[in-house]
Design a protein around this ligand. Structure first.
Ligand SMILES: Nc1ncnc2c1ncn2[C@@H]1O[C@H](COP(=O)(O)OP(=O)(O)O)[C@@H](O)[C@H]1O
Ligand SMILES: [Mg+2]
Length: 415
């Protein structure tokens, strides 16, 4: 019988464990995992920069901004330019090589400058590779943003935010780039307002950060692979709201970030790291996984469109459009219910024989969402409907969506 693999839990190996939302998994600090960073470190530390051995320490770590499946993200002070930056320290690898994210961001900044939508791509200031106890780590230095996964950021979003995201994707697709992971944690709002405040103001706001000591139960565990403690996340929006300086209304400027799963559409799709979250996974990708690659397809530009549709809905309406509850088959059923008839070659994998499924009904699925909607909301849902279409080639291209009545009417009403 197929055994369910239970992932190891940090509590089995460490004496202290923090909440999952604030603290990264301690088990990730191992060979080819995260690089141990502590507050006050100045990166790159002397003689650790393998991409440029002459590079001097430059980015002083102030606080942790967050973490993902592939990195830890840090707020730092650029001691040369005297400004705040974010340093994304990627997972370790065996060899020192520029990763796809740095390559694609550099390309976009080289070839896209001045084009419509270019400013929606997060600014890349610097990139270098360090060698540490857990391998070689790419470090990307970018502008700091307030991620849209934070409810306090989402609540300030308007139809202009929606327009800016579509504009950004029209630009990426025109440049031949598929993003690969467009969920709201990978969108942010630019926060140039941060520059008005010195490091003392941030320290005062944090007021002695919460930390968790990293103490392995097994005395033989390699301590040099681990940081001495984990630190809580700094909420940029929380800090700026307290200072009454968070950008709102027409001042909000969207940035698309995390190009870790991005690729050039002109090239054969490489095997993409990780998997896009269920909330945004398009049916052809889910079908491809369920059928072990026999039908459906891997990620594509059209997959970006579906995923952006789900994310825009979430940002504006505060919840998921398509329920992610239940099994993989259930999720696929819900997606096709909203998206309309599947291609004829798809086997009925959503029907696992456990229950009698009603026929798909796109009209009915949307009717429930549209019930009691104002004209404005109806217009918004019409925009989303053009992206949520089961057959990938029937989804409206991003450039076309820029002419949709909801997007064209620029307004800054709250969500
Ligand atoms: N430029 C940035 N500004 C603010 N926070 C950031 C920045 N870059 C990364 N982070 C934080 O680190 C997290 C992970 O970064 P991300 O680029 O999404 O990597 P991953 O591929 O691991 O998801 C983000 O969700 C965010 O909390
Ligand atoms: Mg991410």
């Amino acid at each position: 019988m197929h055994q369910l693999q239970i992932p190891p839990s940090p509590g089995d190996q460490f004496f202290y464990v923090g909440g999952e939302a604030e603290f990264e998994n301690m088990l990730n600090y191992k060979r080819h995992g995260s690089h141990p960073v502590i507050l006050g470190d100045i990166l790159p530390k002397p003689s650790t920069c393998v991409s440029d051995p002459a590079k001097k320490p430059r980015y002083r770590i102030i606080m942790k901004l967050g973490f993902g499946a592939f990195c830890t993200g840090w707020l730092a002070r650029d001691l040369v330019e005297n400004r705040y930056v974010a340093v994304k320290v990627c997972l370790g690898s065996d060899t020192a090589h520029e990763n796809g994210e740095t390559e694609i961001l550099s390309q976009l900044h080289e070839t896209g400058r001045g084009k419509h939508g270019y400013e929606r791509v997060i600014q890349l200031f610097d990139a270098f590779i360090i060698e540490g106890p857990n391998g070689f780590h790419e470090c990307l230095v970018t502008e700091v943003v307030a991620p849209l996964s934070d409810y306090d950021v989402q609540r300030w979003c308007s139809s202009e935010t929606i327009r800016q995201i579509i504009e950004g994707f029209a630009f990426l697709h025109e440049q031949g780039i598929a993003h690969g992971d467009p969920h709201n944690g990978n969108f942010g709002i630019a926060v140039p307002e941060l520059e008005q405040f010195d490091e003392e103001a941030i320290a005062e706001y944090v007021g002695g950060p919460d930390t968790i000591p990293v103490v392995p139960i097994d005395p033989s565990l390699a301590l040099h692979s681990l940081p001495p403690y984990l630190v809580e996340r700094l909420s940029i929006v929380g800090f700026l709201q307290e200072q009454k300086s968070f950008p709102t209304g027409s001042e909000m400027s969207v940035r698309i970030m995390d190009f870790g799963r991005s690729y050039r559409t002109s090239e054969k799709v490489p095997s993409l790291p990780g998997a896009a979250p269920y909330e945004i996974r398009p049916p052809e990708v889910a079908m491809h996984d369920l059928s072990k690659g026999k039908v459906g397809s891997i990620w594509s530009e059209a997959a970006d469109i579906w995923a952006v549709g789900c994310t825009l809905y979430h940002i504006r309406r505060g919840g998921e459009l398509i329920s992610t509850g239940g099994s993989a088959n259930d999720r696929l059923f819900h997606a096709v219910d909203f998206g309309g008839p599947p291609p004829q070659d798809w086997p009925e994998l959503w029907n696992d024989g456990r229950k009698t499924l009603r026929p798909f009904n796109r009209v009915k699925a949307w009717e429930e969402t549209e019930a009691n909607c104002s004209d404005e909301k109806r217009k918004f849902l019409d925009l989303i409907k053009k992206m949520i279409v089961t057959k990938p080639d029937e989804r409206s291209p991003m450039a076309e969506l820029l002419t949709h009545p909801f997007v064209q009417r620029r307004s800054s009403n709250g969500c």
